[in-house]
Every structure is written in structure tokens, then in C-alpha cells.
Design a protein around this ligand. Structure first.
Ligand code: SF4
Length: 386
């Protein structure tokens, strides 16, 4: 990579994007394409070339987290999955006790694919469950069923694969409080070590946005969303799941190490079409359209389309936006170590104001969102813009 900054971490993290999906969900604005007819084999070859071209230029001191997301990584067939995992394993050396996650679409995970993943060191799976009600799954354009979810979880249990997270979405169209409670209760009865809960975000240029604009779909109000979130908080607490990030809950020792890299504002590489990375003080993004991405790599060039060197001011702001997402907040010691200035010199007055409004908690060691602040995160984050 031509002008990339120095790498801050001795151990590195890697995100790998597989942009193919067998069905396109109506609410989705991720970088993805319909699988059929795509040059998937060539994509994997060139994705591995991208990793190779990058790691040749950096000291490979051991990778602490790898996260393969999408799109739908499990839309790859067994041969393609094996090629990808073998390549990743030979190019990146995993550090001891590293975390290697793959996103899984319920119903796509066969025993053969699971065994392959285990063989190549995958030790965490993130399941895109979304909801445990078939009619709601259909309404949001997901093609898996509740039965698929049960079967996938049964298989994981049989194989004694424990480190599993599931994603749930709330504030879906016509979702009642009872629907959400039932989904939560059922999801919690699986006794998994990690749950991610997101409210449905209406993105521009999605089929969902069009249908909401035409009045065909009605989404819950903001008050209703806050109500649903509070229901979730209660349930998670009952099950002793630690609320460690705005949308994430885990049993002790099962927090997502990869996502903590993002929230701790640390460096990571992004590989694949549309992937983003953060290396030294440079945030970069790859070409999104598959052919643009492949074309660069066919010429042995890295597929980076934008690079932005962050000023110290940008880095400080990001430290706050990202760090405050964690319930433990932003450490004043780490803030000083990173930026050579005391937190209070920059944000003393702003923090005091937010503490007065009961949106922030502050002591000698850290600042973090209060319970009220959790519900008004964006309002709080804005105040930290310099
Ligand atoms: S939500 Fe996931 S599975 Fe659905 S289209 Fe988007 S990336 Fe594909």
C-alpha cells in the first residue's frame, strides 16, 4: 500500500469481505451482489492476492482477530470455502488465543462447511438470525426460516461449537412488543454466550425505503424503539449477559474481540470489495463494484479507492464516538497515551455539561454513557465534535 502510516499495534486485525448473497434482503445497503453469475472463484483468487500484496509490505507479527463478513460468506460452496480458508491460513499467521469469526446465514451452514471452518481455525460464528418469527422474516425479505435457525443451532450443539453469537433486529415493520419479547425469550433459551441487537435502520436506496415512502410499510416510532430496547435490556440482565457495547451483550470472556478493535479505535486491515481498513493514521476503502476491485488486482495493484490521513483532531473525535459505544467508556489514561494531552484539557467543559444533564458518567479514570445517555447516544456523540 503506497502511503500507509505506521502500524500502531504489534498484533493486527483483519476484516475480509465476501460480497455475494443468494437473496437480496429488502432493508440491506451493504456492499453485496446477487451470487448467481458472479466470478466467485476469481474473486477468491484475487482476494488472496490482495492479502498477499499487503502482507508482503508489513511485518506479519501475528494476527489477533480475523472476521470474515459479507454479504454472505456461507454462500460459498465447500470448494470455494476451502480455497479461501486455506489461503487465509497460509498468508496470515494467527497469534495464540486469537479470534477467528465467520458470519453464517442460518440454513447455509452444512456439517461439511462447519468441519472445514474448524479445521482452519475458525473459533467463533456470528449467525444472522434477525428475528424468530417466520412472517417477519418474510416481510424483511430473508429466505431462511425459524426451522433453519433451530437446525443450525442444533448442529453447532452436536459439534460442541460454543462460541456463537446471534444478531437480532428490532423495530421491524408491524413488530409488536409481544413479538419482540417472544423472539428475545426464545433466543435467550438457546443459552448462547453473545447477542447483538440492532434496531432496523432505514437506509436510502433500499427497497424498504421505497415501500415506507409509499406508505406500504409502517415502522415503529422512535419512542416505540426505545421501549423495545428497554425490554431487551431487562431480558439480557435477567440472563446475566453483560451489556458491554450499545448493541452487544456477552457472557464473561465472550465479548467480540474483533469488534472491540473498532470500538477501541485501533488499526485493522480490510480486504475484499468495498472493505475499509485503518492502518497507522490512514483510513482507506477498497473499490466496491466487483469488476473495479478485480481489475486492480488483475494488474497486481491494490484496489484502494480512497485514502484519508486523519488529523489528530479527527483521531480524537473518533476515539470518543467509538469508545463511548462501550459501556466501560473511554479511558483517560489511554486517551493521554495516544494523544499526549489530558482529556479534561480538551473536553472538560463538554463532559461536565453532559454529566449535569445526566447523559454522561465521569470519574478520574474514564468517561462513559449513563443509562439515559445510552438511549440518546447520537446526541451525546455530537457534543464531542471539535
Ligand atoms: S442483509 Fe445480509 S444476506 Fe441480506 S442482502 Fe444484505 S448482506 Fe445479503
Amino acid at each position: 500500500m503506497e502511503k500507509q502510516g505506521k502500524i500502531n499495534n504489534t498484533k493486527q486485525s483483519v476484516y475480509i469481505h465476501i460480497p455475494f448473497c443468494e437473496h437480496i434482503c429488502e432493508y440491506c445497503d451493504f456492499n453485496k451482489v446477487f451470487l448467481e453469475g458472479q466470478p466467485v472463484d476469481e474473486y477468491i483468487d484475487l482476494l488472496l492476492r490482495e492479502i498477499d500484496l499487503t502482507v508482503k509490505k508489513i511485518p506479519n507479527t501475528g494476527i489477533k482477530t480475523i472476521y470474515i463478513g459479507g454479504g454472505t460468506p456461507t454462500s460459498l460452496n465447500v470448494k470455494q470455502m476451502e480455497h479461501l480458508l486455506k489461503g487465509v491460513n497460509s498468508l496470515l499467521s494467527l497469534a495464540e488465543r486469537s479470534e477467528f469469526t465467520i458470519e453464517v446465514n442460518p440454513g447455509d451452514l452444512t456439517q461439511e462447511k462447519l468441519l472445514l471452518m474448524q479445521e482452519f481455525g475458525v473459533n467463533r460464528l456470528s449467525l444472522g438470525v434477525q428475528t424468530l418469527k417466520d412472517d417477519l422474516l418474510r416481510k424483511i425479505g430473508r429466505h431462511h426460516t425459524v426451522q433453519d435457525i433451530f437446525q443450525t443451532l442444533d448442529m453447532l450443539k452436536r459439534e460442541d461449537f460454543k462460541n456463537v453469537s446471534i444478531d437480532l433486529i428490532y423495530a421491524l415493520p408491524d413488530q409488536t412488543r409481544q413479538d419482540w419479547e417472544k423472539t428475545l425469550d426464545l433466543a435467550l433459551s438457546f443459552d448462547l454466550p453473545h447477542y447483538s441487537l440492532y434496531s432496523l435502520i432505514l437506509e436510502n436506496h433500499t427497497m424498504f425505503m421505497n415501500r415506507v415512502r409509499c406508505g406500504q410499510l409502517i415502522l415503529p416510532s422512535e419512542d416505540r424503539q426505545a421501549d423495545l430496547f428497554e425490554v431487551a435490556l431487562e431480558r439480557m440482565e435477567q440472563y446475566d449477559l453483560e451489556h458491554y457495547e450499545i448493541s452487544n451483550f456477552a457472557k464473561d470472556g465472550f465479548q467480540s474481540q474483533h469488534n472491540l478493535v473498532y470500538w477501541n479505535n485501533e488499526n485493522y486491515f480490510g480486504f475484499g470489495a468495498g472493505a475499509s481498513g485503518y492502518v497507522g493514521d490512514v483510513r482507506y476503502k477498497n473499490h466496491g463494484p466487483i469488476q473495479h476491485y478485480l481489475n486492480s488486482l488483475r494488474n497486481f495493484e491494490l484496489p484502494v479507492v480512497t485514502r484519508k490521513s486523519l488529523s489528530i483532531k479527527n483521531q480524537i473525535e473518533e476515539e470518543m464516538f467509538l469508545g463511548l459505544r462501550k459501556l466501560q467508556g473511554v479511558s483517560k489514561r489511554i486517551f493521554f497515551e495516544k494523544f499526549g494531552v489530558n482529556f479534561s484539557e480538551i473536553y472538560g467543559e463538554i463532559a461536565a455539561n453532559l454529566v449535569e444533564k445526566e447523559l454522561l458518567f465521569e470519574d478520574d479514570k474514564k468517561v462513559s454513557l449513563s443509562e439515559k445517555g445510552l438511549l440518546l447516544g447520537n446526541f451525546v456523540f455530537e457534543k464531542f465534535l471539535l
